[in-house]
Write a protein that binds this ligand. Structure first.
Ligand SMILES: Nc1ncnc2c1ncn2[C@@H]1O[C@H](COP(=O)(O)OP(=O)(O)OP(=O)(O)O)[C@@H](O)[C@H]1O
Ligand code: SF4
Ligand SMILES: [Mg+2]
Length: 354
């Protein structure tokens, strides 16, 4: 499939949805058990609920995921599916007004980013994490020259110059003295990427990093992020509403729907054997040469997270929906090695794949 570029670079298998492709315990020949380093990130049964206008908005409802070292995970879903809340949970930056109700754990380098003291979360962010958001102005200080902002994290102006050069800012020496508003959107995004990698993080979380940019610059920014993460051997979480974008660089893809993981697996498997009607809908709505412009939008709209009923939240939009889908909770089940789907009717998916 034309979508697949990096997807073939699989990262291993596991039998547990909470432990996809992560290194585990390896038995050595001499009988001594060698314990390989665990996953970098471990999200365990995460529930995040916001109280808004007297209603409970269930942004995340039992999300479990692991991210291995060096892995690129694409988190994909429509607006309101919980992607940013999941990314912010990993960064320990969930909003505080209103403060959401939390259940579960989000371990990053062993520190629970939703429960640890603010100082511990800050230390993990400083030592291990980098963040790139859609709007660079949310992270950049408008009153400070970009060189100084990067030097403060990188340690010296020489290092800031090297970073600006590494992220492809032309005339980096001159740009060190620029204020953010003096740069184009694409250059500001590159500066934010320089800031994100300045502390040599083990994980970069990028939330719609290229959405506000034009198509050519989008592709350059994604390629830059992929290249830098390869160079730094760091993990990378790409949050995007666009499955086509995630497909370009992800090792694994997690599809969120209504605050839950609808499907997760190695990117090549999710794209070539999508195993949830929602994922099939997302794929059929990506423009592609093979389909010669025949785009099929997913009918209906995303669920109201304050009014979720029993059963599968995708049922009102699903061509395969049957009575059993509304009877109760739909579990995440294995549909292949390191490939999981939250659909009761996977045996009927051929009707949709076309
Ligand atoms: N601070 C907040 N207060 C109240 N509700 C919130 C808050 N932040 C997020 N939510 C709600 O949580 C749900 C998930 O939001 P989230 O921002 O994670 O969606 P998303 O998948 O990132 O969507 P988008 O693609 O539009 O960015 C939404 O219903 C949203 O309204
Ligand atoms: S569980 Fe039923 S309604 Fe939900 S996605 Fe599968 S077939 Fe569709
Ligand atoms: Mg978002």
């Amino acid at each position: 499939m034309a979508l697949l570029q990096r997807a073939q670079r699989s990262t291993g298998t596991a039998d547990d949805p909470a432990a996809p492709s992560s290194p585990g315990h390896e038995g050595a020949d001499d009988g001594i058990t060698v314990v390989a380093p665990g996953p970098l990130v471990s999200v365990d049964d995460l529930h995040v609920t916001f109280r808004r206008n007297g209603e409970d908005v269930r942004a995340l409802r039992g999300v479990s995921l692991e991210i291995s070292r060096g892995e690129i995970l694409g988190i994909v879903g429509e607006s309101g599916s919980g992607k940013s809340v999941l990314g912010l949970s990993m960064l320990g930056l969930l909003p505080t007004n209103p403060t959401p109700t939390l259940e579960g754990h989000v371990l990053v380098e062993g520190v629970d980013m939703i429960r640890a003291a603010a100082g511990d979360r800050r230390r993990v962010r400083r030592d291990h994490l980098g963040a790139v958001f859609q709007d660079p102005m949310t992270s950049l200080n408008p009153t400070m020259r970009v060189g100084r902002q990067i030097s403060e994290v990188a340690g010296s102006s020489d290092e800031a110059l090297r970073l600006l050069d590494a992220v492809g800012v032309p005339e980096p020496k001159r740009r060190l003295r620029a204020y953010p508003h003096e740069l184009s959107g694409g250059l500001r995004q590159r500066v934010m990427i320089a800031l994100a990698i300045a502390g040599e993080p083990s994980l970069v979380i990028a939330d719609e990093p290229s959405t506000a940019l034009d198509v050519t610059v989008q592709a350059q920014i994604l390629e830059l992020l992929r290249h830098l993460c390869d160079e730094l051997s760091c993990s990378f979480v790409l949050v995007t509403h666009d499955l086509g974008v995630a497909a370009q660089i992800s090792d694994r893809i997690a599809v969120l729907y209504g605050g839950r993981v609808a499907e997760v697996g190695v990117a090549a498997d999710v794209l070539e054997r999508p195993s949830h009607p929602y994922t099939i809908g997302l794929i059929q709505s990506i423009p592609s040469v093979e389909r010669r412009g025949r785009l099929v939008p997913i009918p209906g709209s995303p669920p109201d997270l304050a009014a979720l009923g029993k059963g599968c939240p995708f049922a009102p939009r699903c061509a395969l929906a049957a009575a059993e889908c509304l009877a109760g909770d739909v579990p995440l089940v294995a549909v292949g090695p390191d490939h999981w789907s939250r659909c009761l009717r996977v045996d009927h998916l051929a009707e949709l794949r076309g």
